[in-house]
Design a protein around this ligand. Structure first.
Ligand code: BGC
Length: 768
């Protein structure tokens, strides 16, 4: 008898008669009027070890498996682990396990029909514990068809608009619940410090404070009050993978405890404090210990220091990788042991888990009480999200929520606020009367790739490409389109020649270049998850095409669609206008066109530095004082565009930086006020940024750190006074013994429109 049949027998023979404290037939845990803690304990007391192990496991949806079964050969079906297939474990067995209560969660279930179907199977199980469906709803639930696709996090962060992060998370939660999905693997609160890393677009950029603020609002938006309208958030990936050794996803990280605590921990801690109830560990090893078996991270810090009350989930195959990649466990069972004992609660994806957990408990290596701890945490969340009361979603009403007008409007607004104007020699906004015939070309000109990574194919009517946006916004312009295909690695020279030939006959050229992120083209993409680069140049013939189009002498505008900073030095030096659209989502095409034609005044600022080249990495604004003591020879030591930078069609003047005090006690506060005036001719929104520097300190401190920001809208000629308050936490750092301290001495306050010194007004105060 193999493990799978054995489990069936064990579970069936364990059928228990429900008994309740008050003598009714329904067990206590099914009574919604009882406190969650009591329901959890009641249910836990009825569960077999196999059922407990099952609650701690997550499987890939059966449609996903069936799609693989359809194209794999019988031989492959026994061994192939690619594309989330479980060798020798067909979809039918997954159905059977679900009916037996041996699976607690699924991921990659993409339709409401499948979610409801699997839930029906779970409702046939002995204890009827509902399934919790997890999904990568990274920028909306658009990893599933027919959902709103908002800009990805890097664009959202460019808006410096925390309210927008909250709103998007709230709307995403409602679209998810309308599909019977309960748990998003988001927000990604990693601090992105390497532009080669393909996942920069999934993050809120390079600054710990900005990442924290946006992450906290996302957590609050997803989780609400943790009831039937809400979804579980997941702060990920814990920790350090956003500064990978060689830029590649999941490669080792070697970081000092100071850097971990000062740079990488703060957004996770802030997320936990905001109430995040799940956390995902990172692919990478950290200082020699895989994050998935790292007791310091999962237990000492997360639970001991931060009092985390939720559960920890592993990332894709990463418990297995403790054995087969990091090689710190001799087999998978040992890897499971190490991971659970270090603090892991829920295993993403895989069949070995249930058997290993049961054996380890029976052998006495893992106490059952340790398993109970994890199951409690998971059940607690299932109860709080109302899954027992509402295990299904209604297919009749689902589309009243998904893609509703309000959500579409938010997607458009977020795109308008998240597109960064990097260069404008005065050609923008475009004059329709002057530029009557306009060439549009480039891999991202007419492609759904603008929706970004973590997007499933969406219906054509649910995405406005940039070409479509241009035609919509400027109907009188004659747009001449030359299609370059979507794949930068397979561009055709004939098509480039055609674009160049047509360019010279137009009044203006718009080239929409960048990266390809669409995960449906997994092996062809140039950016996104597991898609890292050793340079930051435009891939394929894109650069050549731009240079040749520019050489026609006809004015040329470049729009970049990308999930990572691109080192487009030549373009920045030569082309008169450059717009960085990031991955602007379903209405990205409309927003780009509105900005190009001046219907919308751009306001976004960079949440991540754009280096000139990969060789400059690590290129961050909040570096230590000695970083450029000896600058590079031959090439520049400054970034192409600094953190916090972004242009507008109006101009702003900063004046009268005033501090409320020039001396404060260590627990005192200082108000910082500054006047911001719109000195141009159009209304705009300016992102006012405040940085601090601790002038002399017992350990080295960054040359500046963002400590606050706000968006202000200003009519032409209008002045507003912006006030920030510096509280002790903004002055704090870790002393030589790693204890938080506010040290006496001088602090420099810098307020302005970007992190560049020339854009900042400065004043200083002293802590006594
Ligand atoms: C990614 C996670 C993601 C998971 C499930 C992994 O490869 O690293 O961020 O949540 O897959 O799709």
């Amino acid at each position: 008898m193999n493990f799978f049949t054995k489990l069936t027998v064990v579970t069936m023979s364990a059928l228990s008669v429900f008994s309740c404290a008050d003598g009714n037939d329904a067990p206590l845990y099914k009574d919604a009027s009882k406190p969650v803690e009591k329901r959890v304990e009641d249910l836990l007391s009825r569960m077999t070890l196999e059922e407990k192990a099952g609650q701690m496991n997550q499987f890939v949806g059966i449609e996903h498996i069936r799609a693989n079964e359809a194209h794999l050969t019988p031989e492959d079906l026994k061994t192939n682990t690619a594309q989330a297939y479980y060798p020798g474990f067909p979809a039918d067995t997954i159905e059977q396990w679900t009916k037996e209560g041996l699976i607690g969660s699924f991921l990659h279930v993409l339709t409401i029909e499948e979610a409801n179907y699997l839930q029906e199977l779970a409702m046939q199980s002995r204890l009827q514990i509902p399934i919790m469906f997890g999904i990568d709803a990274i920028h909306g639930n658009c990893n599933c068809p027919d959902n709103t696709a908002y800009p990805t996090s890097i664009g959202l962060a460019s808006s410096f608009n925390p309210e927008m992060a909250y709103r998007i998370a709230r709307q995403t939660a409602s679209e998810m619940r309308a599909m019977n999905m309960h748990w998003t693997f988001n927000p990604n609160v990693e601090v992105a410090r390497d532009a080669r890393w393909g996942r920069c677009g999934e993050t809120f950029g390079e600054d710990p404070y900005l990442v924290s603020v946006m992450g906290v609002e996302s957590v609050k938006g997803y989780q609400g009050d943790m009831n039937q309208d809400d979804v579980l958030a997941c702060v990920k990936h814990f920790v350090g993978g956003s500064q990978p050794m060689n830029g590649t996803n999941g490669s080792p990280t070697d970081l000092s405890e100071r850097t971990i605590r000062e740079v990488f921990f703060p957004p996770f801690k802030a997320g936990v404090e905001a109430g995040a109830l799940s956390l995902m560990t990172a692919h990478n090893e950290l200082n020699g210990i895989p994050c998935h078996s790292n007791e310091w991270l999962m237990t000492d810090v997360l639970r001991g220091e931060w009092n985390f009350k939720g559960f920890v989930v592993s990332d894709w195959m990463d418990i297995e990788h403790i054995h087969d990649l990091h090689a710190t466990a001799e087999n998978i069972k040992e890897a499971v042991y190490q991971s659970i004992m270090a603090g892991m609660d829920l295993h993403m994806h895989g069949i070995y888990w249930n058997e290993a957990v049961c054996e380890l408990v029976r052998e006495g290596r893992i106490p059952e009480s340790r398993i109970d701890e994890s199951v409690r945490r998971i059940l607690d969340i299932k109860f709080r999200l109302g899954l027992f009361e509402q295990p299904f979603a209604d297919p009749q009403t689902t589309m009243q929520v998904r893609l509703c007008d309000e959500h579409r409007q938010t997607a458009l607004e977020a795109a308008r606020q998240g597109i960064v104007l990097l260069k404008n020699d005065g050609i923008l906004p475009l004059d329709e009367k002057k530029y009557k015939k306009v060439l549009v070309t480039g891999i991202n000109a007419d492609d759904h790739n603008i929706m970004g990574d973590w997007t499933a194919p969406q219906k054509p009517e649910n995405c406005v490409t940039i070409l479509e946006g241009l035609r919509m916004v400027s109907p009188q312009t004659d747009f001449v389109f030359v299609d370059q295909g979507w794949n930068p690695q397979e561009m055709s020279r004939a098509k480039v020649n055609e674009a160049v030939a047509k360019a010279s006959k137009c009044d203006l050229n718009i080239v929409v270049a960048g990266e390809h992120m669409f995960r449906g083209n997994w092996t062809k993409k140039t950016c996104g998850e597991d898609t890292d680069r050793s340079d930051l140049d435009l891939v394929g013939l894109q650069q050549e095409m731009i240079e040749r189009i520019y050489a026609t002498g006809v004015p040329t505008v470049v729009v970049l669609v990308t999930g990572r900073p691109l080192g487009v030095q030549w373009i920045a030096d030569n082309v008169p206008a450059l717009l960085n659209a990031w991955e602007p989502g379903m209405y990205g095409g409309q927003a780009v066109a509105e900005i190009l034609y001046g219907k919308v005044n751009p306001s976004a600022k960079l949440p991540i530095t754009i280096p000139r080249s990969a060789g400059q990495i690590q290129m961050i604004y909040n570096h230590k004082p000695s970083q450029y003591f000896h600058p590079y020879v031959v090439t520049e030591s400054t970034p192409l565009y600094p953190f916090g930078y972004g242009l507008s069609y109006t101009s702003y003047e900063y004046s009268e930086l005033v501090l409320s005090a020039d001396r404060i006690a260590a627990d005192g506060t200082v108000d910082v006020s500054v006047n911001v005036t719109n000195t141009g001719k159009v209304a705009g929104e300016e992102i006012v940024q405040m940085y601090l520097r601790d002038r002399f300190s017992q350990v080295t401190r960054p040359v500046k750190e963002l400590k606050d920001f706000t968006r202000v809208s200003l009519a032409p000629g209008e002045t507003k006074t912006v006030t920030f308050t510096i509280t002790p936490d903004k002055l704090m750092f870790l002393d030589k013994k790693m204890k938080p301290i506010v040290e006496a001495g001088e602090f420099i306050v810098m307020v302005g429109s970007s992190s560049a010194d020339e854009d900042l007004l400065k004043a200083s105060f002293h802590v006594k």
